[in-house]
Ligand binder design. Structure first.
Ligand code: NIG
Ligand code: FE
Length: 421
């Protein structure tokens, strides 16, 4: 057999995220039931994981003169983080509105007054493609330092055909220019474009007729919509998502963020791969979503958003898991409701405010996040055959990960078998 090209040995713990069911995302008791190897190794062949196990089972015959050996004594090894919900590409920022929020204005009030998402749309339309690319690359670099190795990036700040297509191109070009893999999602249906104020159905018709047919589902696998007061109703969202599905796209939805309208269940019935936000989804609603999708739709919870919007209501993640609904976690990185790339902080706040256990939260930023973007076959766990995306963490025990609040535990990031500086 071929000698390993890269070997990480003597890890205090290897968080494999493997060992649970492989045909569905983790939920219920399985959510925390993945394997930790004490004193373990991970071996790679090129860009792929070749073997994972306890040091005692390492095959010394596969260590050759060219094998690069990295001793990670006293450290934790885990899969690269999968960031499954971001609005990566946008112009400007909204520091001015943050001030207004601190003085008591609500997110939807600011949006209704033509600010919020619409103010970022004005700045995004005014930016050149290269400016948007440079900004996306800057943010990707930040994500990589936190240990993110795969990232979903939504459009949604163009809100006209040309700008929305430009945002998708920027996400694709950003993926080519650096090592974090970017999975683009089309969120043209973020809110009705300013030219379509009060005419949401006409706006969605325009997207379905003029934009979706110009996107290739092989390259842009998901279509998303913001189902909320001030954005799109459940009925309008259903019609649009149905058309997207007919064109071959996977479906996502922003729903139950600020009201319980029923968007999550509607999307799950259409086979959505994920339902995102869910702060107002009840445990009963979660059970219905889980039943409608047979545990395949992932609830992507975004705990930094209520924190940042100064809301008290957080998705009851603990009860979702108990109801059989798989949970993933993400920052929701965007200029309005969460300008943070710190997925570790999201994990920590999910433990504190949503009742996730540390093991559930770790699954939620790796394997279940991979399921939420259809990449579970190549990332999210340390298993032979998956891409060699892994993190060396400067802690000896995974229980320290939710404990050091706000800290970045990442010492080194490995993407596709490349140890990055
Ligand atoms: O996921 N909720 C809708 N959209 C984004 C926020 C967009 C913005 O405020 O710019 C979100 O939170
Ligand atoms: Fe979002």
């Amino acid at each position: 057999p071929q000698p390993y090209s890269l070997l990480f040995c003597h890890a205090a713990q290897v968080l494999t995220l493997a060992g649970g069911p492989t045909d569905k995302p983790l939920t219920g008791p399985d959510h925390a039931d993945w394997r930790i190897i004490e004193h373990g190794y991970v071996a790679c062949l090129g860009d792929t994981i070749a073997a994972v196990g306890p040091m005692g089972e390492l095959d010394a015959g596969r260590i050759g003169p060219d094998t690069r050996i990295v001793d990670v004594s006293g450290r934790v090894l885990m899969p690269g983080l999968v960031e499954c919900h971001t609005h990566l590409v946008f112009g400007g920022n909204r520091a001015d509105e943050f001030q207004r929020k601190l003085q008591g204005e609500s997110y939807l009030d600011i949006l209704a007054a033509g600010g919020g998402i619409l103010s970022t749309v004005r700045k995004t339309r005014a930016a050149s493609e290269d400016e948007l690319l440079q900004s996306a690359l800057h943010h990707l670099e930040g994500f990589r330092r936190y240990g993110v190795t795969t990232l979903e990036a939504k459009s949604g700040y163009g809100l006209d055909a040309a700008t929305e297509l430009r945002l998708v191109r920027v996400a694709q070009e950003a993926s080519r220019r650096q090592s974090v893999r970017v999975v683009p999602t089309f969120l043209g249906a973020h809110v009705p474009g300013p030219e379509y104020r009060g005419r949401p159905v006409e706006y969605l018709d325009m997207l379905a007729a003029d934009v979706l047919p110009r996107l290739d589902p092989a390259a842009v696998p998901f279509v998303d919509i913001f189902c909320e007061e001030g954005a799109f109703s459940v009925d309008d969202s259903r019609g649009y998502l149905q058309r997207a599905r007919e064109l071959g796209f996977g479906l996502k939805i922003h729903a139950e963020q600020l009201h319980d309208l029923g968007g999550c269940l509607m999307a799950a019935e259409l086979g959505a791969i994920s339902v995102d936000h869910c702060d107002y989804l009840t445990p009963e609603g979660a059970a219905q979503v889980a039943a409608a999708s047979q545990g395949r739709t992932v609830a992507v919870l975004l705990p930094l958003v209520p924190l940042y919007l100064r809301q008290e209501k957080y998705a009851p993640g603990r009860q979702f898991i108990e109801a059989g609904l798989p949970v993933a976690l993400s920052t929701d990185f965007n200029p309005g409701s969460c300008p943070s790339k710190n997925l570790w902080l999201a994990l920590q706040v999910a433990c504190l405010k949503m009742g996730l256990t540390p093991r559930e939260a770790l699954a939620a930023v790796t394997l279940n996040a991979a399921w939420a973007i259809g990449r579970q076959h190549d990332c999210g766990s340390l298993e032979p055959g998956k891409r060699a995306d892994l993190l060396i963490l400067g802690v000896p025990d995974y229980r320290e990960l939710p404990y050091w609040l706000g800290e970045n535990p990442v010492e080194q990031v490995v993407i596709g078998g490349e140890v990055l500086a």
